[in-house]
Design a protein around this ligand. Sequence first.
Ligand SMILES: Cc1ncc(COP(=O)(O)O)c(C=O)c1O
Length: 372
Amino acid sequence: MESFKKRIVSSPPKPREEIEEMNAYSAPLEGRRNFLRLDFNENTIGPSPKVLDAIHKIPPNQISIYPEYSGLREAITRNLNSSTIQNKLQADQIELFNGVDGAIHAIFHAYASKGDLLLTTVPTFGYYNPCAKMQGMKILEVPYEGPSFDFPLNAIKESLIRNHPKILIICNPNNPTGTRTSAKKILELAKASPQTLVVIDELYEAFLGDSLLSVVNFSKTSNLVVLRSLSKTSGLAGLRIGFGISNQEVIHRIKKVTGPYDINSFAVAAAFASLEDQEYTDNYVQEVLKARTWIQQKLLNHGVKHHIDGGNYFLLWPKKSSTEVESSLKAKGILIRNMKNKPFIEGSLRVSIGTTAQMKQFWEALKKSDSI
Ligand SMILES: Cc1ncc(COP(=O)(O)O)c(C=O)c1O
């Protein structure tokens, strides 16, 4: 009995070696409710009233039973096919996920083994790294080029040829640099590297992006996945729903690693309503693009060091430390994202673009911070 007790105390179960060695995704996620939130590139006005209506109308028995997804893939397919797509999509080329985060996790889980190589860019979205590490992958990061953070096309090409990575992931437009990469060039990369799964995170595509969906034919291209979400444009970030779009065979494989009910009934009802009110989403995107022009003009007129390209965000280098300006804006009720310790953009702030009124509020607070 004595030795049994000792054994229990001295040898708790060990997680996989990869888990012990990795760091979890970390971001300042809490305590954001009462601020103007320009820190996570979210929709800053909320979803369509039709979404709220659909959620209110959910009957109790839809909450007490497991969610049903029937018709949702078809609704997404119709929605995507109504945009400028050369080769129309089919419903079995789409899978639903608990946000694009869920899709990224599932793709790495399905495709990457210990020792495989991930090729990606730097700086980029912070969740690719932990997903690769949890599979025990090695990571090769190619920096964006020059002061305008251009896409490192030749370096990526060379690395694909030399290293044969298992996965290449590109965020397009890239978070946080806004770098836009030509869809045609990405398609050429994918065609030239059939041994690599090329994943294109198009979360911010609606904000001046160039979508792969407009050029790819998934029936002929079997190593490409496009990721989309209703988080940022449609204002459903809190409900968690995203999509992966690919060749049927890839979708079939990724589906194997998802749970049967990963997306909840509220997200399903909201997604149907949101997809039916595309006009609301389009109007919001237009408002953000107007606000983008407004703030860009202010930054240029005042000679503020900044970088603005695709996406609903921009980078700004204040004259004071990024931490000092972050605190000053927070004291005025505004959250932005401090890029402290981020390679290549150290000292900058990433500011999400909302409505013009919100950008005016931000601009006034920034001027008062005495840092531009
Ligand atoms: C580039 C990128 N991909 C994915 C996500 C997560 O998206 P979702 O809310 O659909 O999980 C984010 C969130 O900030 C992001 O910036």
